[in-house]
Design a protein around this ligand. Structure first.
Ligand code: WQD
Length: 321
């Protein structure tokens, strides 16, 4: 049985990936510094190593008998990356160098990497496919582009095969309720709507109602975290079977507006949300959604959650406990 090292496996997306890898029969080792991950997200069937990606010795030791790495550990707050680039350079770039060097040293030849739609910047066309130019608008997105470039070089020079998975807007929670820890990232729309629904904030602000969209609010591609997790398992299997490297968008291919998200919450929770219409947030493109054809071609992956209400339901279930 192949062993997979999931770096960042106690985090929001990582814990869902661990669940699916275990279900697929892999031996799993989680590596996490628990800075944003949760102990309650750990599965007893998976070994746990508490460690930081900046600590090469611990990482090197954890890598000793693994066949593949899923690398999710990273800083991910876009706004913070513009205020504190050093933190992002250190964790996201130096951290990647350590992971790739530890892999080289231990002869690990497969890595699935958490990339992001943030690599594209303002869309020149939609749906965005993988050939769209890379023009990140923030330092966070830049760190993802740089990591992708590093992956290309370690493939050429060290024969490490990669699957770089560019997530669109990750959302929702495991439907079975096996993942208990909430993502501590209130900066994204869905957790913000949820906190307004729970009275934790007085109202929800909608950033801009004059966009070039049907209802005037921005359109995004909300992809369920369990669908993301499935793609990781397929990518690990494909790389272990000897595939060449790949870069894939993970999105539904469907756009949902901010107003549609709000309506979905109101319908699912049977409440009226306190909403304030505010001005645009700088740097927000009006429409952003993925072409996911390449992920289907390469992995046979199709997302299951296509209705925002279903995503909201899985979200609410975790928060309302
Ligand atoms: C979604 C929509 C906002 C909050 C970011 C990163 C991206 C990726 C996912 C990691 C936008 C609107 C939001 C609010 C609002 N991250 N909004 N009121 O900006 O699409 O993507 O997260 O890889 O890189 O940039 O997501 O959730 O911040 O916003 O009206 O209080 O909701 O303007 O249109 P975004 P988001």
């Amino acid at each position: 049985m192949s062993e997979v090292l999931v770096i960042g496996g106690a985090g929001y997306i990582g814990s869902h990936v661990v669940k699916d890898l275990l279900a697929a029969g892999f031996k799993v080792k989680v590596y996490d510094n628990l800075s944003t991950g949760h102990k309650c997200n750990l599965f007893k069937e998976a070994e746990f190593v508490k460690g930081d990606i900046l600590d090469f010795a611990t990482l090197d030791k954890a890598m000793s008998d693994v066949s593949a790495v899923v690398f999710l550990a990273a800083k991910k707050a876009v706004g913070e990356s513009m205020e504190n680039p050093a933190k992002y350079a250190l964790n996201n770039i130096n951290g990647t160098v350590n992971v790739l060097n530890a892999m080289s040293k231990n002869n690990v030849k497969a890595i699935v990497f958490s990339s992001s739609a943030a690599v594209y910047g303002n869309p020149q066309y939609i749906p965005i496919d993988e050939n769209h130019p890379l023009n990140p608008l923030n330092f966070y997105g830049f760190t993802k582009v740089e990591t992708e470039r590093m992956l290309e070089w370690y493939d050429r020079l060290k024969g490490i095969k990669y699957a770089s998975l560019r997530y669109f807007n990750a959302a929702g929670y495991d439907e079975a309720g096996d993942i208990k820890g909430k993502d501590e990232n209130p900066q994204n729309l869905l957790p913000i709507v949820m906190s307004a629904a729970m009275g934790e904030r007085p109202y929800l602000e909608v950033f801009g109602t004059d966009y070039d969209t049907e209802d005037g609010t921005c359109i995004r591609d909300y992809i369920h975290v369990s669908d993301l997790a499935k793609a990781h398992v397929l990518a690990v299997k494909k790389l272990l079977a000897g595939s060449s490297s790949m870069t894939l968008n993970l999105g539904t291919g469907k756009g949902t507006s901010v107003k549609e998200v709000i309506r979905a919450f109101e319908k699912v929770l049977k409440i009226k949300l306190p909403v304030k219409y505010a001005s645009r947030r700088p740097g927000d493109p009006d429409k952003l959604y993925a072409s996911n054809e390449e992920a289907f071609k390469q992995l046979g992956w199709r997302p299951q959650y296509l209705d925002i209400e279903d995503i909201v339901r899985t979200f609410a279930a975790v928060y309302m406990k």
